[in-house]
Design a protein around this ligand. Structure first.
Ligand code: ZN
Ligand code: ZN
Length: 215
């Protein structure tokens, strides 16, 4: 199963991760991963990935990719603000993850995510309804509305192993949907690279008609 062989959400030293690109690539190779994505936080955070850092990271990604013979994508994770907006450095990424990184619950959460998907060409919604950010107040009608938008706009839902999100109640609504999903450890450490067991298990169970996101 191809899902086991990818990890599309890994933070490096270019934002708040502990490992270098080269170390991440080596670990991914050791673990038998076929493709990974280095996804650092965007510039709304003081330690985020500026244009200059993105260019430096790109060189390291190319070098590590040829050294270890694995596909490494260049991604970024942007925070969705109260206006449903994100900020990106001036750089061509392979894909963009948009995530809520604040304690936002209920309707407000859906409003931010929907507005972001409408305004920007984002590829993946990161850790939807994360309980690490205290999410509460899911609403099935709004879930369906979000899934309609996701399907229509071709945005992927991330199955995030660190956040263990989205929750089963949301995933069960995905069963008959022809959507796409991504798999990510959201690792900030070297040992977390490729730790996607939770995501793979949920994909098997709920993503029966969905397709794995390929950048
Ligand atoms: Zn995040
Ligand atoms: Zn992350």
């Amino acid at each position: 199963m191809v899902d086991k062989m990818v990890d599309f959400h890994i933070h490096s030293q270019y934002s708040d991760g502990q490992a270098s690109v080269e170390e991440i690539a080596r670990k991914a190779k050791e673990r038998g991963l076929k493709a990974i994505a280095i996804v650092d936080h965007s510039i709304e955070l003081p330690f985020g990935l500026t244009e200059g850092k993105a260019r430096m990271r790109e060189i390291e990604i190319e070098n590590a990719s040829s050294l270890y013979g694995i596909k490494i994508y260049s991604g970024i994770e942007c925070s969705i603000n109260a206006a449903g907006e994100i900020v990106l450095p001036d750089f061509e990424f392979d894909f963009v993850i948009a995530s809520v990184h604040e304690y936002v619950c209920g309707e407000e959460y859906y409003r931010r995510v929907l507005s972001c998907m409408e305004k920007y060409d984002v590829d993946i919604i990161g850790h939807p309804f994360s309980r690490l950010f205290g999410f509460d107040g899911r609403d099935e009608k709004l879930d369906e509305k979000m899934l309609d938008a996701v399907e229509e706009l071709g945005v992927s839902i991330e199955l995030n192993s660190s956040h263990k999100s989205p929750p089963d109640e949301f995933l069960s609504l995905c069963v008959d949907r022809k959507i796409t999903y991504s798999i990510g450890s959201d690792s900030h450490t070297l040992s977390g690279v490729g730790e996607v067991g939770w995501s793979v298990e949920k994909a098997k169970r709920y993503m029966t008609r969905a397709k794995l996101f390929i950048p």
